[in-house]
Ligand binder design. Structure first.
Ligand SMILES: *Cc1c(COP(=O)(O)O)cnc(C)c1O
Length: 377
């Protein structure tokens, strides 16, 4: 697909040609484990679906195009993609990670991968000096989330690339922004990671993970690992993520509009101590957000007076369903301290118990504001 199409067009067409034999406009779900060979080693590009599957290949080409990269790889979940990527590293290697990240990232890194000899420094990646100070000769990767889950702070991707030696891989978990709002490869990152369970899938009906690359060598190594480790995305799941991505641009536009309006409403509410949303002028990194992001998305976090007030609010909303996950068309609300980030309790990256996180959906804004209003005292 020609790279000079806009993202809105790529989201619908990249990686996806009408089926040459039937004309089907949607990529078929190639629900098959194996592919017939005419002679040993002579095939039509596919041998076995762990190594490669045409439906998955279409999704992989699509995410590469959306992120402005050259290659994509699709996995069974966001965490499966992270686990596979981290197998690039060797015992003794050091990784700098943001000190506010998805709880499952902390659990995978400290409770699983640390046993294999990787070491992690948990650093406030909104502070360039802190990132610089954490670099060691054995540092092999910097893992950034921006905006972060759940405190909505930003990391300056280009500035961190500039202060980091070229041999250190910079990975950005782009789940919160999606490529519609932010394209980290174009800002100097080496790898982009997604939980496609969230905004890319967009309809809360599939679990998946994606990686995007611009460098041939790095892609070849991780492609080898994808087949060797085996945590691949199935054909049906790949189809669902592709179908979701077709409407990514219009969904992100509405998520961003509704997110900003909810954030402004909450900022004016007496029961809310603080609103964390990069689109607000009160956000300490609003200028960076304006430079680095096209818009600010649907994730809004707030601090209430007390942990009890937070628990009360998440139990009282009616449209905002109390559930883990985010990024679907329907609005969700949760209490990170006891839900998504429970695995970080009493760790250096624990989240405040008075925090509430909202994933603002694309319902009518008046209904959403009314629901939040009735849930607050
Ligand atoms: C959900 C999430 C993940 C993990 O992805 P799964 O698909 O649940 O395995 C990673 N990073 C962020 C920011 C997430 O929100």
């Amino acid at each position: 697909m020609e790279q000079n199409y806009h993202l809105e067009t790529l989201a619908i067409h990249a990686g996806q040609e009408p089926d040459p034999t039937t004309g089907a406009i949607m990529t078929p779900i190639y629900q098959t484990s194996t592919f017939v060979q005419t002679e040993p080693g002579i095939n039509q590009g596919y041998e076995y679906s762990r190594s490669g599957n045409p439906t998955r290949a279409a999704l992989e080409a699509l995410i590469a195009a959306l992120e402005g990269g050259k290659y994509g790889l699709a996995f069974a979940s966001g965490l499966a993609s992270m686990d596979t990527l981290m197998r690039l590293l060797n015992p003794g290697d050091h990784v700098i990670v943001g000190s506010d990240v998805y709880g499952g990232t902390y659990r995978l890194f400290e409770r699983v991968l640390a046993r294999f000899g990787l070491t992690f420094s948990w650093v406030d990646t909104s502070d360039l000096n802190a990132v610089k100070a954490a670099l060691r000769p054995e540092t092999k990767m910097v893992w950034l989330e921006t905006p972060t889950n759940p405190l909505m702070s930003l990391a300056d991707i280009r500035a961190i690339r500039d202060l980091t030696p070229a041999n250190v891989i910079i990975t950005v978990d782009n789940t919160f922004a999606s490529p519609a709002l932010q394209q980290p490869l174009l800002l100097g990152a080496d790898v982009v990671m997604h939980s496609s369970t969230k905004y890319l899938g967009g309809h809360s009906d599939v679990v998946g993970g994606l990686l995007a690359f611009k460098d041939d060598g790095l892609y070849e190594q991780v492609k080898f690992l994808q087949n060797a480790v085996g945590a691949v995305a199935g054909p049906m799941d790949s189809f669902l993520v592709m179908r979701g991505i077709k409407t990514l641009s219009v969904r992100m536009e509405r998520h961003s509009q509704n997110g900003l309006k909810i954030a402004q409403f909450l900022e004016d509410h007496a029961a809310v101590k603080r609103v964390l949303y990069p689109g607000l002028e009160s956000h300490p990194q609003h200028d960076l957000a304006r430079r680095q992001m096209k818009d600010y998305g649907g994730m809004v976090s707030i601090l209430l007076e007390s942990p009890e007030a937070a628990q009360r609010m998440v139990s009282r909303t009616k449209l905002f369903a109390l559930a883990e996950s985010l990024g679907g068309v329907e609005s969700l609300i949760e209490h990170p301290y006891s839900m998504t980030h429970a695995s970080t309790a009493s760790s250096p990256i624990a989240v405040p118990p008075e925090l509430v996180r909202l994933s603002v959906g694309i319902e009518h804004i008046d209904d959403l504001i009314a629901d939040v209003r009735q849930a607050l005292p």
